[in-house]
Design a protein around this ligand. Structure first.
Ligand code: NAD
Length: 542
């Protein structure tokens, strides 16, 4: 028991290691890659502090090496969700009564374990299982997840410290209760950090959680859980279920005790979850109104003004569109370029793209790895095939090969119509569509950029002209939840650029900020009257 006004350690962003040739971190990561590839693992559900294996074993393969089986995950039926919910609810009273500093200590310890002892393991897991390069794994699995855990802890006492006024003779306070029930966390394949953050942010605020990871990121999910266990997470606080996504999630949404959903993934799945929660509310199924937080798809833009710096713009497009094979929700996938800049920009891009190598991320020289699975490969190559046959598209660079892994080369397509599907719909792959606008029709092009896509996640505006930046920032205000000036639209850093979009891109609750944590508390107002009145008549009645 500690009786003290507690200060948490100041949060600073975890430094990004370089993995340059000869560095200690590179040698350690290469050792981890080799040893983990040689030692397949079994990933089972984790319920009430116990591993729960099942008979149906699904292989986990490396996206860039069909022959590399990393192990198996154990698939269960939806009744496993009932067990997980029961275990979570059983753990709820003790966890809610745990002092906030004790909860925070667990996540600070997890951050420290990840920054040190387990850094190479989680990075290697993200490379092997999700085909991230060393740099992409480092900024995601190590740095961003460490940052989520440290910064969320730093936000916590600020939230708790936000207290109401007390007038004379009265003491008012806000009791930041957890939600009344359990939180369902449903996580995507493309960021290990998001998989780690969605279950832990509500847990830090005192909630109990059932976590359903993505089938294509089970491998790294297992190692996240191992870190949390080592950090001292009590049994039942976070429970992991493994099985058919729709069946599992539907079962959780059917529970009377559903108190919140913390989702990141595609817009279609989030819409279906919201609709089911809505129907459940309508039917009076839930004890409370579940909090629904979802960060979803994007069709992220880069808009170039005629005053843009072409050299820097080309680099931003290459990194913003093609890193992690374009499988970032924030990846640049549509660009608007003035005709006056297009010839020089095109020349620069066409210099770089053929030089990009795509391959096994175990070879650190590659800029890109494989896309996540066969479904993604078919979807993306199908769209490129459509563009090749479309007279309204000029495919400037492309290529694909699924012999050893799901490899798709950086693809650049110029479209005649700014309303083309390639400028509108999320494709989630290394495909950048460019619309070249007439400089004289700049305002029209900017308006199309602001309104053509249903998404509003990230966007970047490029100009040297300050007046143009101010004007475009206004026109594009509702067009992106994360707006970049003279930068690529990817790479948000926890604590610096709180992340989330609007419109069809999500509820914009800004992961990595106090705003998100606020969704996981249900404050109780407590008023205590120090000396209660003993006379029922008011003076005015005299
Ligand atoms: P996804 O929607 O396929 O899967 C997300 C999660 O939902 C997974 O756990 C999956 O198993 C589960 N799921 C799938 N089908 C379901 C169903 N019918 N019912 C219930 N749950 C279901 O998304 P993904 O392919 O893993 O991730 C890519 C998507 O996520 C992209 O659309 C991307 O833009 C988005 N994303 C958004 C953000 C953001 O912050 N806005 C961040 C990362 C990813």
């Amino acid at each position: 028991m500690i009786e003290s006004s507690i200060e948490v350690p100041a949060a600073v962003n975890e430094p990004v290691l370089t993995y340059a040739p000869g560095s200690a971190e590179r040698a350690e990561l290469q050792r981890a890659l080799a040893s983990m590839a040689a030692a397949p693992i079994e990933v089972s559900a984790y319920i009430g502090g116990r591993d729960v294996p099942s008979a149906e074993r699904v292989p986990m393969r490396s996206p860039h090496r069909h022959d590399l089986v990393l192990g198996h995950w154990h698939s269960a039926g939806p009744s496993q969700m009932d067990d997980a919910v029961a275990a979570a609810l059983a753990a709820a009273p003790a966890w809610a009564a745990t002092p906030w500093s004790a909860r925070a200590a667990i996540f600070l310890k997890a951050a420290e374990l990840l920054a040190t002892k387990h850094r190479a393991t989680l990075n290697a897991a993200t490379m092997l299982g999700q085909s991230k390069t060393a740099h992409q794994a480092e900024i995601d699995a190590a740095c961003e997840l460490v940052d989520f855990w440290r910064f969320n802890v730093a936000f916590l006492p600020k939230i708790l410290g936000d207290q109401p006024l007390s007038s004379r003779g009265v003491w008012n306070l806000l009791d930041h209760r957890p939600l009344d029930g359990f939180v369902l966390a449903v996580t995507p394949f493309n960021f290990t950090a998001i998989a780690g953050n969605l279950p832990t942010a509500p847990a830090l605020m005192g909630n109990v959680v059932v976590w359903k990871p993505s089938a294509t990121a089970m491998y790294s999910a297992h190692f996240i859980l191992e870190i949390l266990k080592e950090a001292g997470l009590p049994p039942g606080v976070i429970n992991m279920v493994l099985g058919d996504p729709a069946a599992m999630v539907d079962r959780a949404l059917a529970s009377r005790h559903l108190a919140g959903v913390h989702f990141t993934g595609s817009t279609a799945v989030f819409r279906s979850i919201w609709a089911k929660v809505g129907a459940g509310v309508g039917a009076g199924r839930y004890r409370s109104y579940p909090r629904v937080v979802g960060e979803t798809g994007g069709k992220d833009f880069v808009f170039a003004h005629p005053s843009a710096d072409v050299d820097a713009l080309a680099v931003a497009l290459v990194r913003g569109a093609y890193e992690y094979q374009g499988q970032k929700c924030s990846a640049a996938s549509r660009a608007y370029v003035p005709a006056s800049l297009w010839p020089s920009l095109r020349a620069r891009l066409m210099d770089v793209l053929p030089a990009i190598t795509v391959g096994d991320v175990g070879d650190f020289a590659h800029f890109m790895g494989a896309v996540i699975d066969r479904r993604a490969y078919e979807r993306i190559t199908g769209a490129v095939k459509g563009a090749l046959a479309d007279p309204g598209c000029e495919v400037l660079h492309h290529g694909h090969d699924d012999h050893r892994g799901y490899f798709i080369r950086p693809t650049l397509i110029r479209v005649d119509d700014p309303g083309h599907a390639l400028m509108r719909d999320e494709l989630f792959g290394p495909v950048l569509a460019v619309f070249v606008y007439d400089d004289a029709r700049y305002d029209d092009a900017l308006a199309r950029c602001a309104n053509d896509s249903e998404y509003a996640l990230t966007g970047a505006f490029w100009a040297r002209d300050r007046g143009a930046i101010t004007h475009a920032s206004g026109v594009l205000r509702q067009g992106a939840g994360n707006f970049y000036v003279n930068d690529k639209p990817t790479g948000a850093v926890v604590g610096q650029q709180p992340f989330g979009g609007a419109r069809a891109s999500g509820t914009n609750d800004k992961a990595g900020s106090a705003l998100n944590l606020l969704r996981w508390v249900s404050p109780r107002t407590v008023k205590e009257t120090l000396v209660p009145p003993t006379e029922w008549r008011y003076p005015s009645m005299g």
